[in-house]
Design a protein around this ligand. Structure first.
Ligand code: NAP
Length: 250
C-alpha cells in the first residue's frame, strides 16, 4: 500500500474502468485499485492494483473500504450491473467515503429508428409477440437468452462471445459466436443475409453502435431494454470528469 497517495477503489469490469485505471496510474497523484467481479477467466490486468471477486454485499464492502484505507470510490461498473451500484452507495454512506458514478451515456433513438422500449425481458418477449416478429437477432448476453425460448414460432440468431451453457430449448435458433465491436458493413451484411426483422438488445450505451445504425438503414425494428434503476449518486460520463472530481476532493 502506498501511504502518501490517496487510494481510489475503481469498481470495474468495463472499458471505462480500465481507462480510469490507466489515467490515474499515469497521473501519479492517486493509487488506484481496480475491483473485478471475477466473471471472466484470466481478465486483462488493469493499470495499478487489482482485486477479484465479490466483497460479500454492502457490509463486506464497507469493511473492505475501512480496512484498506480507501479515500474514494468510483463505480465504473456496467450500466446493467446495478446491484454493485446499490451496494457501493450503502457501503460508502456507512463509512463516509465519497462515491462517484462513471457511466457511459445511453443510446437514444433518432429519426428513422423504430424502437420499442422495455423494462425487462418478459416485456421484450411480449413485444416480439405483439409485433409478430419472425427472425430476431438476440444480442442480450449468453446468460439472458432463456426467456426468449418461450417463442416457438420465432427464429432466433443468438449472438454472444461464448455459447449459452446450458442452452435453453429453442425451437429454431442459430448461435453465432462473435465479439464486438462490429463494423456497419458487417452488421448490414448480417441483418440482410439472415433476413432479420427485429433486434433485441440492452441499452449499454457508449460509442455509436453499428447494429443500431444498420437497423436504422435497413428499417429493422429494435426492442431496447432500458437500464435498471440505480441509486442517486453523483455521476460523470468521462474519465477527465472523474479525475476532476478526485482533484476537488483534495
Ligand atoms: P451486479 O448484478 O451489479 O453484481 C452482482 C454481484 O457481483 C455484486 O453484488 C458483487 O458481489 C459482485 N460484483 C459486481 N461487480 C463487481 C466488481 N466490480 N467487483 C467486485 N464484485 C463485483 O453485476 P453483474 O451484472 O453480475 O456484473 C458483474 C460485473 O461484470 C460488473 O463488474 C460489471 O461491470 C461487469 N459487466 C457486466 C455486464 C452486464 O451486462 N451486467 C456487462 C459487461 C460487464 P458482492 O455482493 O459479493 O460484493
Amino acid at each position: 500500500m502506498t501511504l502518501d497517495r490517496p487510494r481510489v477503489l475503481i469498481l470495474g469490469g468495463t472499458t471505462e474502468g480500465y481507462a480510469l485505471a490507466d489515467a490515474l496510474a499515469a497521473d501519479g497523484r492517486w493509487d488506484p485499485v481496480s475491483s473485478l467481479a471475477g466473471r471472466t477467466a484470466n481478465p486483462r490486468p488493469p493499470a495499478g492494483a487489482m482485486r477479484v471477486g465479490g466483497f460479500g454485499g454492502s457490509d463486506g464492502l464497507a469493511r473492505w473500504l475501512r480496512d484498506e484505507g480507501i479515500a474514494a470510490v468510483i463505480d465504473a461498473t456496467h450500466p446493467f450491473a446495478s446491484r454493485m451500484g446499490w451496494n457501493a452507495a450503502t457501503a460508502c454512506a456507512a463509512v463516509s467515503v465519497p462515491l462517484l458514478r462513471l457511466e457511459r451515456p445511453r443510446w437514444t433513438p433518432g429519426p428513422g429508428d423504430a424502437w420499442s422500449l422495455v423494462a425487462d425481458w418478459d416485456q421484450a418477449v411480449a413485444a416480439l409477440r405483439q409485433m409478430r416478429a419472425q427472425r430476431v437477432l438476440l444480442a442480450v448476453g449468453r446468460q439472458e437468452v432463456a426467456p426468449f425460448a418461450a417463442l416457438p414460432d420465432v427464429w432466433m440468431l443468438i449472438r454472444s462471445v461464448q455459447a449459452p451453457d446450458p442452452m435453453p430449448a429453442f425451437a429454431h435458433a442459430e448461435v453465432l459466436l462473435a465479439r464486438g465491436p462490429f463494423s456497419l458493413d458487417s452488421e448490414m451484411g448480417l441483418l440482410r443475409t439472415r433476413a432479420i426483422d427485429t433486434i433485441v438488445c440492452k441499452n449499454s450505451g457508449g460509442a455509436t453502435d453499428a447494429k443500431l445504425a444498420a437497423a436504422r438503414a435497413l428499417g429493422v425494428r429494435v426492442v431496447m431494454r432500458d437500464r435498471p434503476v440505480r441509486p442517486d449518486t453523483a455521476t460523470v460520463a468521462s474519465v477527465d470528469e472523474a479525475t476532476g472530481w478526485l482533484e476537488r476532493l483534495g
